[in-house]
Design a protein. Sequence first.
Length: 327
Amino acid sequence: MLGALGISDFDERIYRALLAHGEMTTQETAERADVSPGGALRALARLAELGLVRGTSRDRHQPVRPEEALTALLNRRRLEAESAFDKVRSAVEDLKQEYRAGRLRTDPGNLVEVLSGRDVVMERMDELRRTISTHLWVLDKPPYVERVDGDPHSNDEEKAQTTEWLRRGVEVRSIYCPEAMERPGRFDTVLELTELGENARLLPRLPFKLHIVDRKVALVPLIGGGYDGLAVVHPSGLLDALIELFEAYWARAEPIRAATASRNDGPSREEVLLLSMLKAGLKDQAIARQLGYSPRTATRKIAALMTRLGASTRFQAGVEATARRWI
């Protein structure tokens, strides 16, 4: 019964004899278990090494309580098994790399999968999304692919999916451009996700769409930023270059994060949102879409904010808001 813990049937028999009769000599243990004294002595030594038996005086032994001894042994075996599995996983990854390197030497075309057709592309993307375990780095810009049912993705759907990744410990780093905020309410959604753990930044423009999964695979649309054609880049010099490119854009990008007022007369939540979007470079029309206003209403609210800050230009408003620690 205890074989999974490395205890043989013979040793378990000795241990059970001690549990049943308490402290005994080697001879008494052998008689109670109906084994030879030599076999009992060797079994007692093994049990002592495992922490199940302790010597009390010369040639006398007593059992350690099962709830203590077996629990400790179970935990030790679990740690040993986990360590062994980690080594096997590492070996599997090494073998995969050796296999892929061998294939690349014989056929360099294996370093990039080229997928054509929306259904094929979507199936592969869904497959990769389900396997994300450590990293998801994104250059985010339009156009965006619709769901399988033809409907566009929603802010609630984006928040739920990203929250799940963050809960699993995935490092989510996203670089957006102003055009990425065309969907009403998305900027506010991104701010909420930054509070949950997403690392978000913004650049005035991005050259193309990019997803890097676990630093092992990169997804790059081939034509016009859409998903009719997709390049899936596997570990290679090309993948290394895409990772370096992402890091370079990341270093240049402006962080997106929610601001909080430091004084009682600080900004309202709407004013914080306005300031954040202005800092991110969004135009009045895009700001209006985010807030669900008409462009005229958005312009009027921006003007009111500038008046409150005592600024005659948007640049001055930004300087004053920074000085007041509103952003």
